[in-house]
Design a protein. Structure first.
Length: 336
């Protein structure tokens, strides 16, 4: 059996496995957790004990070349070790038999995806809001977003959930699927290593302004195409739901996707805003400080609780569609 055919089976099995089990919290050897541990260790080794020096959006200053190189080394080492570990596991599995190779690829693929986890982690917020428990909703939301949640009103909580669903559709599902399809688990692990670095050190504050620059820029580069694919999938979702508007999603994407500081975050968020007919972005508190974010969407309808469920369905349907397209392309490479 050809290696591409084995890749096809492992790729499909890994996606299904993610839908079933998600990210088990008891799995301490999860690759992303190990990446995070390495980042933390190197962060402390180079910069000293951690301190809180503000939100990522507020930093400015002169680039420190020494810290930049240290951060580049940290990201590169984490990415290379991740790829090497994945390659060793796959090679050792292949040497035993083909079925073990498929199983190994499926598990590694599953660890790179977060479809089930994203739904599982946002659903408690929706449940708390439905039950009228605003305090619990704020607490649950604090587990999945970086902003302050202690003063948010129900409508603001809903918007925060929608924003994190939209952004993580791209970062946590479409992007890894893109690289898993092209380069197998090693490609997926490389992307997750960079993405983990961006989420841990890619901040524009005093501590990470230089140290995290390489991780942030590399993450921007790797997410550039997948973010726009995500927007397209959201627009496509509007064609198959009477509660969404593909036309508004496209117009909102075209008008607002470049407004955000990140070259990619605005793509899925602006498309979601248009599809639902609501506004996203705006003011938010981070670490007690008010941050002004661009408003995405130009619509007047207030977000509602049911919008969370709609966006969750968009996340699942978009991930399934992306998986089908990727699997079909992989299939054609050996079917011919």
């Amino acid at each position: 059996m050809s290696i591409v055919r084995l890749h096809f089976y492992g790729f499909v099995a890994g996606f299904i496995l993610d839908l079933i089990v998600g990210d088990p919290h008891w799995f301490k050897a999860h690759p992303v957790r190990l990446m995070g541990a390495l980042y933390s260790a190197l962060d402390k080794a180079f910069l000293g004990p951690k301190d809180d020096r503000g939100h990522k959006a507020e930093g400015t200053g002169q680039l420190d070349f020494r810290e930049y190189v240290q951060g580049l080394f940290t990201m590169a080492l984490t990415a290379l070790l991740s790829v090497f570990a994945g390659a060793v596991i796959l090679y050792a599995s292949f040497r035993v038999n083909e079925y073990l190779f498929i199983a190994a690829e499926a598990v590694l693929t599953c660890t790179c995806l977060s479809t089930a986890s994203l739904i599982r982690e946002t659903s408690p917020v929706k449940k708390s809001l439905a039950g009228g428990d605003i305090t619990e909703a704020r607490k649950k939301l604090s587990y999945v977003v970086g902003r302050d949640t202690d003063r948010l009103k129900p409508g603001e909580i809903i918007k925060a959930v929608i924003e994190t669903l939209a952004e993580n559709l791209s970062d946590g599902i479409i992007s890894p699927l893109f690289y898993l399809a092209l380069f197998g688990p090693c490609g997926g692990l490389f992307f997750k290593a960079v993405s983990t670095g961006d989420s841990m050190i890619g901040y524009k504050n005093d501590r990470y302004f230089s140290f995290g620059r390489a991780a942030a820029r590399t993450d921007d580069l790797l997410n550039y195409v997948p973010a726009r694919i995500s927007a397209f999938l959201i627009i496509l979702s509007g064609l198959f739901s009477g509660k969404l508007s593909a036309r508004r999603a496209f117009l909102s994407y075209r008008a607002d996707h470049a407004k955000t500081e990140s070259p990619n975050a605005g793509c899925p968020e602006s498309a979601i805003a248009g599809a639902l007919g609501i506004e996203l972005g705006g003011e938010a508190f981070y670490g007690g400080k008010l941050i002004y974010r661009p408003v995405l969407g130009t619509f007047s309808r207030e977000s509602e609780l049911q919008d969370i469920g709609l966006v969750q369905r968009i996340v699942v349907s978009s991930s399934v569609f992306m998986e089908i397209v990727c699997a079909f392309v992989i299939y054609l490479t050996w079917f011919r």
